[in-house]
Design a binder for this molecule. Sequence first.
Ligand code: AMP
Length: 409
Amino acid sequence: MSTPNPQSLIPNLQSPPVIGVFGSGQLGRMLALAAHPLGIRVHTFSPERDTPTGQVAAQEICVSYDDQDAVRAFVRGVDAVTFEFENVPSHVAEIAAEEGKLVRPGGHVLHVAQNRLREKGFFAEAGLPVTPFALVHSLADLQAGLAKLGTPAVLKTAAFGYDGKGQVKIDDPSQAEDAWQAMNGQPAILEAFVPFEREVSVVAARGFDGAFAAFPLVENRHANHILDVTIAPAQVSSEVVAEAAQLTRRLMEALDVVGVLCVEFFLLPKKNQRESIFSASSASASFASHSGRLLINEIAPRPHNSGHWTIEGAVTSQFEQQARAVCGLPLGSSEQVRPAVMVNLLGDLWAKGEPDWAALLAYPTAKLHLYGKSAARPGRKMGHVTVTAETVEEALETALSARKSLGGR
Ligand code: AMP
């Protein structure tokens, strides 16, 4: 018998490996569902009760992340630790490491991803193409940043921002004071407004041994800053696809990520399109030199909404891949089996009461995923639907039509 590798947790009927997840949303839920067939259990820790993850996990612990004794007790009951959102306090990863558990991704990855300034600074230092940006700690910094980057620009809080929260667009330098007020004195980042042709992303996994597997590049369409539709694969040139995979690999290696990570990119328009789009803004020189290329917007060191299609559309889902990477098992194939489109189901769909699920399920290729959240609020992610088909056009048409059949939108 071979000697067990301390980096790996091998499925074992007598004593199944346990992944402890900090966070309890839909990402943890889909991880738990994907881990089950591999003989791996999931425990979840978060301040909430009856959560999307807790409903399907083997154990749900409902305590504040600040309760360090409870964090330690939870960690002692699992074999490996992972995170389903990046804004977990840093002591959590530290305690898990102190307890000698596998922590994947490591605390250093969360530290970078928790803060847009650190994140963009890291990309720039690693020589990765990033949206032009400036650090803002005061109104004077903001004014200097606007002078450097030009307008339009976007001011974002450095910490705790997602789905467009904590963001203000600045169209004219005269709006600087109001924009700075909106940051409530918190450190911020000013970004040039990117006149992107489209938004695309790559979800990829990296093993402890450096193994790497990227899912195909996908296109993401947003509504009100929230992901609305993912089209897999993205309908872009093979050069862009190759560049995205290569940048993702470089980024994951530079950051030494073990686990799953998503890179969101802006795809810049090609030169001839660009001439009519770009004004004389100071950032345009940088965009011009990247014509037709990719800029990194942000990363998420975990499975991502833009990878949900992999459950039906790829040989291995992003969640199974996460379970494998976290447990130090070989990665599965990330090959796509069929064109796929995912549409999100937001709480807005409940505006006129319960959506018409029977109408949706009458579409035989529409695969419904509900997250088990009992309160539907506008903008809240309640579920998603994936359709696979012969072509992306057919998948898109069916997915949009299936969602429309729910009424309410
Ligand atoms: P974020 O939370 O930074 O991912 O922003 C949410 C969405 O806002 C992105 O997916 C883009 O659609 C848009 N956005 C954010 N930053 C920029 C930018 N610098 N230029 C243009 N659009 C942006």
